[in-house]
Design a protein around this ligand. Sequence first.
Ligand code: FES
Ligand code: FES
Length: 156
Amino acid sequence: MRVNCEVNGVRETVDDIWEGESLLYMLRERMGLPGAKNACEQGECGSCTVYLDGVAVCACLVAAGQAQGRSVRTVEGLTPGGELDPVQRAFLDAGAVQCGFCTPGLIVQTHDLLARVPDPSDAEIREALAGNLCRCTGYEKIVDAVRLAVRRRAEQ
Ligand code: FES
Ligand code: FES
């Protein structure tokens, strides 16, 4: 099967997609975009979070064929000029990155949260990130990172 879609602002055509292939597999294995991580492949961990038509989704749960004619934005697409997105910078500065496996999914999910809710409460932060599992940080540094990103945006 052939899939035509836009990925990070570029029109792409991908051939030989097999039935049941996930969007995550297509991005990572066929398109050289390893930002979205494959941790559970069951929609449980959020490590594979990407935007599909502007909505944050678990790419492991989306069939590659569902991307036909649609727009995908991955964590790589948040840094088109090579500069870190403010959310990425805040995660680094707050010490919210340890092994980093969960980080791309958390970055996309936080990016989505702040686009919808510019000044989220702690409860809103925790609820928005509830589907993103991290084995390393204990989550406090992650919440600190989101707060830092919010503060910096307010100061800009
Ligand atoms: S790899 Fe998709 S939710 Fe875990
Ligand atoms: S930093 Fe290791 S899983 Fe989150």
